[in-house]
Write a protein that binds this ligand. Structure first.
Ligand SMILES: O=C(c1ccccc1)c1ccc(O)c(O)c1[N+](=O)[O-]
Ligand SMILES: [Mg+2]
Length: 214
């Protein structure tokens, strides 16, 4: 049932959004998830915080861990400057298949590279495969117990440099307590918590923004 939810979400986009119009894709998904079936998109409320941090950073290379159906992928890609690139990682092939179609429906496929597989395996291959020097912006929204190991991996692979910004979803709900400890206690990060709510609910959640100091 849960797997089919993604195809129902895709159908809602194809029915209610305008092809090539990212804003209408975002609204169609938010409407569907708020009124029909909850789904784990970052959502409209935390999405505004994502938009503002992204606009401030204006990354030329961005990474998203956890594509799911591509909602935040579309939110990020629609705000990228011309020539900037977003790489998004999803290990679930059913999610990836829906995300590709939603990203294409929004007309953003030229700005986005979706890579299928486990983030822990793919991160060490990023430099060689995509000629990335380092990421200016990373959105962490995948399995919460991967936030710390993958952040360490990004550091060890030289994929974050001074000024790189990490933005992590769900640090309160479902929660990423180890990650909060890691970035808040490390002298290598300057961290700040943006209080909000779990997507489409009144439950508290928030985003943690951490600037890598090098
Ligand atoms: O882990 C869940 C989850 C746990 C239990 C049931 C449904 C979802 C979740 C909830 C909200 C999110 O924003 C999110 O990114 C995730 N996730 O899986 O990465
Ligand atoms: Mg999330």
């Amino acid at each position: 049932f849960a797997l089919l939810k993604n195809t129902r979400m895709l159908k809602a986009v194809q029915k209610n959004a305008t092809k090539g119009d990212p804003e209408s894709v975002i609204s169609a998904i938010d409407y569907y998830c708020r009124h029909k079936e909850w789904a784990m998109n970052v959502g409209d409320e935390k999405g505004l915080i994502l938009d503002s941090v992204l606009t401030e950073v204006n990354p030329s290379t961005a990474l998203e861990l956890g594509t799911y159906c591509g909602y935040s992928t579309v939110r990020i890609a629609r705000l990228l400057s011309p020539g900037s690139k977003l790489i998004t990682v999803e290990f679930n092939p059913a999610f990836a298949a829906v995300a590709r179609q939603i990203i294409a429906y929004a007309g953003l496929q030229d700005k986005v590279t979706l890579v299928e597989g486990p983030s822990g395996d793919l991160i060490p291959k990023m430099k060689a495969r995509f000629g990335i020097k380092s990421f200016d912006f990373v959105f962490l929204d995948h399995w919460k117990d991967r936030y710390v190991p993958d952040t360490k991996l990004l550091e060890d692979c030289g994929l974050v440099s001074e000024g790189s910004v990490l933005l992590a979803d769900n640090v309160i709900c479902p929660g990423a307590p180890e990650y909060l400890k890691y970035v808040r206690n490390s002298p290598r990060y300057e961290s700040r918590y943006y209080k909000s709510n779990l997507e489409y609910t009144k439950v508290e959640d928030g985003l943690e923004k951490s600037v890598f100091l090098g």
